[in-house]
Design a protein around this ligand. Structure first.
Ligand code: ZN
Length: 305
């Protein structure tokens, strides 16, 4: 009986969390793994984020490395099924931890890590992450916080294995104060990180409603054929539209409320936007978004634009 228990325990500790990652090919040699449009939980292991990879003649370029070491390891196994090539670069779109905690895995494989200034400022080796607290020790096992090899300030272009990459920060503050987009001009594919959400609501907590709307206009003006956001399944050229409409409507209603002298204590009751209630995470995020947008718009005048 005792040996049976020891066997069961060691079997359990050997069983890594299984993410069941399946790459979806969105354009030739461009693949993404789509996470569930929900909050981080033990059940999803932090797999509520989209990560992508591009195959070039010399190796892979990964855009966002995902929520844990184990996730990145399993993503890498899937890549190797497509081609036995090294991962050359990992580009981190922003400093929210569901997007970059796979970095330590790719670093161990010799990849060069790139990301925005805010990553350099806010991501400190040894720090306790939101992910670690949410998914628990087993799922998080092996995950380490590592520094970037190259900080991208404003823009950086490079070509590898015949494929051109253009990295750019569109505005000073949108989803965060450091959101990078990655554009593949030959393929008209655009990775926009959390500047675009689909199938669930986004959070304005670290960002700006005005900046987000500006970034969304700039994304649309690029006329990409594929637009991949950080969360949600829509990736066509209209992928920005739901989030854009949500923000435009929120801005309009808050500005009206401000001109009616509605105070901050009343604003979440006034700007309910019931047509978005069906969206995932509405209950968790909408009131806070209204609150944050109100604080920003209170100080804002259209003339500043
Ligand atoms: Zn984010």
């Amino acid at each position: 009986m005792k040996s049976m228990m020891v066997f069961c325990l060691s079997f359990l500790t050997l069983q890594a969390y299984e993410y069941h990652l399946k790459p979806v090919e969105l354009a030739k040699d461009v693949y993404c793994f789509f996470g569930a449009p929900e909050n981080i939980s033990k059940e999803n292991g932090g797999n509520m984020v989209n990560t992508c990879f591009v195959k070039t003649k010399e190796g892979f370029v990964v855009i966002d490395s995902g929520p844990t070491f184990g996730y990145a390891q399993q993503a890498y196994t899937q890549m190797q099924e497509i081609a036995k090539l090294p991962v050359k670069f990992v580009i981190n779109t922003h400093d929210h931890d569901d997007h970059w905690l796979g970095n330590s895995f790719y670093k161990s494989k010799g990849a060069l890590l790139m990301g925005p200034k805010t990553y350099e400022q806010n991501v400190i080796p040894g720090m306790t992450t939101r992910m670690a607290k949410s998914v628990g020790k087993e799922i998080y096992a092996g995950t380490e916080v590592v520094k970037l090899d190259r900080v991208v300030d404003q823009y950086y272009d490079f070509t590898i294995g015949g494929t051109a990459f253009a990295i750019k920060q569109l505005v000073d503050k949108a989803h965060t104060k450091g959101d990078l987009i990655v554009y593949l001009p030959q393929k008209k594919v655009l990775f926009v990180g959390d500047l675009v959400f689909n199938d669930r609501l986004s959070s304005l907590r670290d960002g700006s409603i005005i900046g987000s709307l500006k970034a969304l206009d700039l994304i649309d003006s690029m006329h990409a054929e594929v637009i991949v956001g950080g969360h949600g399944y829509a990736t066509d050229s209209n992928a920005t539209q739901v989030f854009k409409r949500y923000l435009i409507e929120m801005k309009k209603q808050i500005l009206e409320a401000l001109s009616d002298d509605v105070g901050i204590d009343e604003i979440t009751k006034r700007v309910v936007m019931p047509e978005y209630k069906h969206m995932k995470l509405y209950d968790v995020l909408h009131r806070r978004n209204v609150f944050d947008a109100y604080s920003e718009l209170e100080m804002y005048s259209e003339d500043e634009e």
